[in-house]
Design a protein around this ligand. Structure first.
Ligand SMILES: Nc1ncnc2c1ncn2[C@@H]1O[C@H](COP(=O)(O)OP(=O)(O)O)[C@@H](O)[C@H]1O
Ligand SMILES: CC(=O)OP(=O)(O)O
Ligand SMILES: [Mg+2]
Length: 403
């Protein structure tokens, strides 16, 4: 890396999307941001926004076959703005990697051996790790000379005590197969819990926070003094909250029952619970905007899906309240948490005895800023804090390559 190399490209590869940002780490300024969605479908779309000279969003539509093709398209868009991957100013490429098992509790420079470990974990993050691997390989091929850094979703959760991380199943079996709660979205839970402390004017070590990361994937975490003590996702990102297409918690016997009684294969049940359940399974839509629109039109299926979503969320707020004992803030983040005021209002409705109240006017404000939505008298702050996984990944990546 040359002394003038201060830029970091961040790739957040999801199962069917890539979000990316190019940042200059001297001031964390974003030079370009973008998204490729519906990868593998006929209707793929790339939206690229350069931010160097006032911007000007560009869009490409049409089939993008896989993550490799997606990244090549992203590289072309960046080159078009004079921000190509060949730039000597690029210091590193930071990758979100969803499953890092127990081994990675910090950002890590990717070697062949690290890649082998990420590959070994594919069975426990089948929707995510393969996309992360393709992203890394494609970026390595483009810039073999640059450090590629993995920032793991699981890292923040490695501080959980055994009482929260261990499932109550036979210890030998669990240990032999490394079955335990790992938790995901950790980069977001870490970033948002820290930003929440800032919003409260306190040091992270002084505050206990319940973070509700509600995107397409969704998870809750209990953070005590800056450290995660429990989280809702488990061995895989399937456990916990109701999500866009994932069931979250179900009785594990549902799977035996479907095998024995419905004659479904393990793979079919995997697809059912990961891709055809959650909001989409309950009402046919996984987008909260569409669900709210249908509810406003009197659609009963959409209403029931919303109520199931909220009921689960409320149970986790209560559970993590009990785990923490004292709660300073309940925080909403990610696509649904940041934008869906009705979800926030419904999730804390009836919890006044716990000190949780949402002010309807504050909750209705649309803003990109971190903000309180509880009234001044409330014992527990309720807040909306936008997550920025890409910024956090860029910071960790840059810090590591400069260490
Ligand atoms: N204005 C909005 N109102 C309600 N929900 C929204 C809004 N914008 C986005 N969402 C929800 O956010 C989800 C995407 O969240 P996001 O955090 O980007 O997810 P992911 O990172 O898992 O792709 C959408 O599926 C939709 O349900
Ligand atoms: C781990 C996980 O669920 O990630 P996402 O929300 O991006 O699908
Ligand atoms: Mg996300």
């Amino acid at each position: 890396m040359t002394a003038s190399a201060t830029r970091v490209l961040v790739l957040n590869s999801g199962s069917s999307s890539v979000k990316y940002q190019l940042l200059d780490m001297r001031d964390s300024a974003r030079l370009a941001v973008g998204l490729v969605e519906r990868i593998g479908e006929e209707t793929s779309r790339l939206v690229h926004t350069p931010l160097t000279d006032g911007g000007g969003k560009r869009e490409r539509t049409g089939p993008i076959a896989d993550h490799e093709a997606a990244l090549k398209a992203v590289a072309e868009e960046l080159a078009h703005d004079g921000l190509g991957l060949d730039s000597p100013e690029l210091a590193a490429i930071g990758h979100r990697v969803v499953h890092g098992g127990l081994r990675f509790s910090a950002p890590t420079v990717i070697t062949d051996e690290v890649m082998a470990e990420i590959e070994r974990l594919v069975p426990v993050a089948p929707l995510h790790n393969p996309a992360n691997i393709t992203g890394i390989r494609t970026a390595q091929a483009m810039r073999p000379d640059l450090p590629q850094v993995a920032v793991f979703d699981t890292a923040f959760h490695t501080t959980m005590p055994e009482s929260a991380a261990r499932y109550a199943i036979d210890v030998e079996t669990a240990d032999a197969h490394r079955i335990r709660r790992y938790g995901f979205h950790g980069t977001s839970h870490a970033f948002v819990s820290r930003e929440t402390a800032k919003l409260l004017g306190k040091d992270p070590s002084e505050v206990n926070v319940i973070v509700l990361h509600l995107g397409n994937g969704a998870s809750a975490s209990a953070v005590r003094g800056g450290k995660c003590v429990d989280t809702s996702m488990g061995l895989t990102p399937l456990e916990g909250l109701v999500m866009g297409t994932r069931s979250g918690d179900v009785d594990p016997a549902v799977t035996f029952h479907l095998e024995r009684v419905a004659g479904m294969s393990t793979d079919e049940i995997d697809v059912l619970l990961n891709k055809k359940s959650g909001l989409v399974g309950l009402c046919g839509d996984n987008d909260m905007r569409e669900i709210r629109r249908r509810i406003d039109e009197g659609d009963q299926r959409a209403l029931l899906a919303f109520e199931i979503y909220i009921h689960r969320l409320k149970k986790y707020i209560g559970a993590y309240y009990a785990v923490l004992g004292r709660v300073d803030a309940v925080v909403f983040t990610a696509g649904v948490g940041e934008n869906a005021a009705p979800v926030r209002a419904a999730a804390v409705e009836g919890l006044e005895e716990l000190g949780l109240v949402v002010d309807a006017d504050l909750n209705a404000v649309r803003s990109d800023a971190a903000r309180l939505i509880s009234p001044g008298y409330a014992r527990v702050a309720v807040a909306v804090v936008p997550t920025d996984e890409e910024l956090e990944i860029a910071r960790q990546t840059y810090a590591l390559v400069n260490a």
